[in-house]
Design a protein around this ligand. Structure first.
Ligand SMILES: O=C[C@H](O)[C@H](O)[C@H](O)COP(=O)(O)O
Length: 220
């Protein structure tokens, strides 16, 4: 089984957590694309979806799923999204697709966050995947200098603008042993919109797809 099959299995397994007549929060990425495709079969039973990116919005609409503004949706019961890395506490690195800020907003508006991924995403220590940080363009250099000061090697993501009109710095070389602390520290740098550590709001359940099926990992 390859990574794509693992993603598909996890995405399909998430479907059973979706309740009828609700508005569901939907993340972004290749794993979520599979979830959206699976969600299409129950579109008539959904009230709609709050989307975390323009890409997911387009895909949801293509399947005939109504996309609802978060401001009119109120609090959501469920948010489903992928991740670039997860530790066993379900603290995540996200933002490989650049959608981290809207993802963090929708996750924070949701009672339950189910993360879907293939088994390669589970790691002991976060940080092998370069940490994405969304930055206001005029602050690129000042933010980059601060990131070097805390031990990282920031690289500007080339030819990329976020859905919010900002840039992404991908930070290499961080071994994130205290995710909660680092998430707050980086978010305090002026010019940072948000960073891809999801520790203040970790996932509640991780569904990991692999050749032996779907493994459930819950917070300890
Ligand atoms: O910005 C993108 C998101 O955080 C994705 O959830 C993350 O990059 C994982 O993507 P994929 O499912 O494609 O591995």
């Amino acid at each position: 089984m390859n990574q794509t099959d693992g993603k598909r299995l996890a995405a399909e397994a998430a479907l059973k957590y979706v309740e009828e007549d609700t508005i569901i929060g939907v993340g972004t990425g290749s794993t979520v694309d599979k979830f959206i495709d699976a969600l299409a079969e129950m579109r008539m039973k959904l009230r709609g979806a709050v989307s975390s990116s323009e890409a997911s919005t387009q895909r949801l609409r293509k399947h005939g799923i109504d996309v609802v503004d978060l401001n009119s949706a109120g609090r959501l019961d469920l948010y489903v999204d992928g991740a670039d890395e997860s530790n066993r506490f379900l603290q995540l690195i996200k933002g490989g697709g650049g959608a981290l800020t809207r993802e963090k907003i929708v996750a924070s508006a949701s009672e339950r966050f189910i993360c879907i991924a293939d088994e390669s995403k589970l790691v002991d220590v976060l940080g092998e995947f370069p940490l994405p940080i969304e930055v206001i363009p005029m602050a690129r250099s000042t933010v980059a200098r601060e990131l070097v000061r805390i031990g990282g090697r920031p690289e500007l993501r080339q030819n990329f603008t976020t859905d919010n009109g900002n840039i992404i710095l991908d930070v290499h070389g961080l071994s994130i042993t205290e995710p909660l602390k680092l998430e707050q520290e980086i978010n305090n740098i002026p010019g940072v919109v948000t960073n891809g550590i999801f520790a203040l709001r970790p996932a509640d359940l991780l569904l990991l797809g692999s050749s032996s099926g779907v493994r459930k990992v819950e917070t300890e």
